[in-house]
Design a protein around this ligand. Structure first.
Ligand code: HEM
Length: 526
């Protein structure tokens, strides 16, 4: 019983005594084989010369999702060699057109609002995390206003006050953390740096109440909320799976907690201290004169927490891991601090940071090789012609930009796969910009920024969705770096120059966990 005796063809008649499960399996198998054959024939026989070439793939819907997801950069470079700078691949059933190199970056990131759209792509993943009416759950013009609020809240005075708070957090952290007991030891860099990043960002940008809550309720809530960015949610963000139910509960609680902070402050119960972003947002008004409602303040604060946490924690982790491969550079950094600030190393200030070029170059070089965002996506809204090609990208496609590719192209960077902060000694940053003859400035409503039209180095993106956290991130990363270099020597446990691979499984790329390095306390023998 259960075995069929006659099969007339892949989709042909089966004998009557064939059991239903076997029948279903046979039909499914036949369906898959036929779809694969048709899919391959379609690719070989029907090439549209007016659309970019499609990356060859066997299985429809899945397309190239797996090879892209495992190592996007390998995928981009391999296909660039085969098809050039513009090609299309199937990502979770969707035709996704990649445009590489500086022209590709510019085509997508500086695309006009009538042609390209971010919120259609990002909203399903981000709105359940950030909440309603903010970022991608509102018209783009409203997002531009929200970005203006935040950008104008990150004043020089605010950043100045944050350096001290972040330094204090770092000092407390290395005193009380269990991994830093004694004179010498090891620590798992991504895990420990994620903790330190969240404490420093919450103490400064988010304010004292939020920082204090991280010792208790916020840490678990943050974790549950963060699960909203798990890979499965690229496909199923709304399905009531356990992690999505936890995400929704965490978002509601978090919005409530932020709203309570705002109400307490508005009532005058909490005296005004410091320059945090909540105080600033409470004073902001939209162009139509309305105040930012409490749930929107909460949503913006959650978005900042998430955006800043993933990118800064990944970057500071890579900084530590890269430094562990070059311990002599840690000593060079210490020498830079001594030469500029004096041998007694007084407390670092915001103004001091700009006098420490090697520290900034360590951050810059790390972002060149380890940009936390490997793929930036947009939905095509009108057929878009790609200049210099016969291609017109139809509205059924998404666009994918990866500025991380031009940042490791030998055409722009000598020995691009070597991490060398000194490559920026010769004012490379200025040269990259100076070479940009078409360099234009533009204001999308949140301050003037350079369009970055021809720059191969765009770790903070370009165009209307460009990052507004750059100055904050540099300040935070450099301040943590200063504190660590003063406290510790760092090297790889086996003394080698090996480094872990990258985990590309979420929206943000980060070092594979665990990644353990050795530290040794300086004993203040500075
Ligand atoms: C946007 C990178 C830190 C807030 C972006 C984008 C990139 C980026 C590439 C453009 C995304 C797109 O075009 O779709 C980085 C890197 C960081 C960093 C490399 C640190 C090393 C931060 C921090 C904050 C922040 C600390 C908050 C304080 C934002 C916001 C946007 C953004 C609000 C705008 C999103 C939009 O307009 O769609 N960031 N970021 N980022 N980032 Fe950052």
């Amino acid at each position: 019983m259960g075995l069929f005796t006659t099969v007339a063809g892949p989709l042909g008649a089966f004998t009557a005594n064939t059991s239903t499960p076997v029948l279903i399996t046979a039909y499914v198998a036949s369906f898959i084989v036929v779809s694969i054959v048709l899919n391959v024939l379609k690719q070989l026989l029907f090439k549209n010369p007016n659309e970019p070439p499609i990356v060859f793939h066997w299985v429809p819907v899945i397309g190239s999702t797996i090879s892209y997801g495992m190592d996007p950069y390998k995928f981009f470079f391999t296909n660039r060699e085969k098809y050039g700078n513009v090609f299309t691949f199937i990502l979770l059933g969707k035709k996704t057109t990649v445009c590489l190199d500086t022209k590709g970056n510019n085509f997508i990131l500086n695309g006009k609002i009538k042609d390209v759209n971010a919120e259609e792509i990002y909203s399903p993943l981000c709105t359940p995390v950030f909440g309603k009416d903010v970022v991608y759950d509102c018209p783009n013009s409203k997002l531009m206003e929200q970005k203006r609020f935040v950008k104008f809240g990150l004043t020089q005075d605010a950043l100045r006050s944050y350096v001290r708070l972040i330094t204090q957090e770092c000092e407390d952290f290395v005193k009380r953390h269990k991994d830093f007991k004694g004179q010498k030891g090891t620590f798992n860099v991504p895990k420990v740096m994620a903790e330190l990043t969240i404490y420093t960002a919450s103490r400064s940008l988010q304010g004292e109440e939020v920082r204090n809550k991280f010792n208790s309720s916020f840490a678990d809530l943050y974790h549950d909320l963060d699960m909203g960015f798990s890979p499965i949610n690229f496909m199923l963000p709304w399905v009531p799976l356990p992690h999505n139910r936890k995400r929704d509960a965490a978002r509601n609680t978090m919005i409530q907690l932020y709203s309570e902070i705002v109400q307490k402050r508005r009532s005058g119960e909490a005296g005004k201290t410091g320059h945090d972003m909540i105080w600033h947002l409470m004073d902001c008004k939209y162009k139509d004169g309305t105040q930012v409602p409490d749930h929107e303040i909460a949503g913006i604060m959650i978005a900042l927490l998430m955006a800043g946490q993933h990118s800064s924690s990944s970057t500071i982790s890579w900084i530590m891991l890269r430094l562990a491969t070059k311990p002599q550079l840690v000593e060079e950094l210490l020498q830079e601090q001594k030469a500029v600030l004096g041998a007694d190393l007084p407390e670092i200030t915001y103004d001091d940071l700009s006098k420490l070029p090697l520290h900034a170059q360590v951050v810059r070089e790390t972002l060149r090789m380890h940009a936390p965002i490997h793929s930036i996506l947009r939905q095509v809204k009108q057929p878009m012609h790609v200049e210099g090609t016969p291609y017109v990208i139809p509205t059924s496609h998404s666009l994918l930009s990866s500025p991380g590719v031009s940042a490791i192209m030998p055409e722009y960077f000598h020995n691009p796969n070597v991490w060398d902060p000194h490559r920026w000694d010769s004012n490379l940053a200025e040269k990259l910009e100076a070479g940009d003859e078409d360099e234009e400035k533009i204001d999308y409503g949140w301050g003037t920024v350079s369009k970055g039209t021809n720059s191969p180095y765009l770790p903070f993106g370009a165009g209307r969705h460009r990052c507004i956290g750059e100055q904050f991130a540099y300040m935070q990363l450099q301040t943590i770096l200063v504190a660590f270099v003063r406290e510790f020597k760092i090297r790889n446990v086996d003394g080698s120059d090996r480094i872990v691979g990258t985990d590309y499984s979420s929206l943000f790329s980060r070092p594979l966990n665990p990644a353990v390095v050795e530290w040794e306390r300086r004993n203040k023998e500075l």
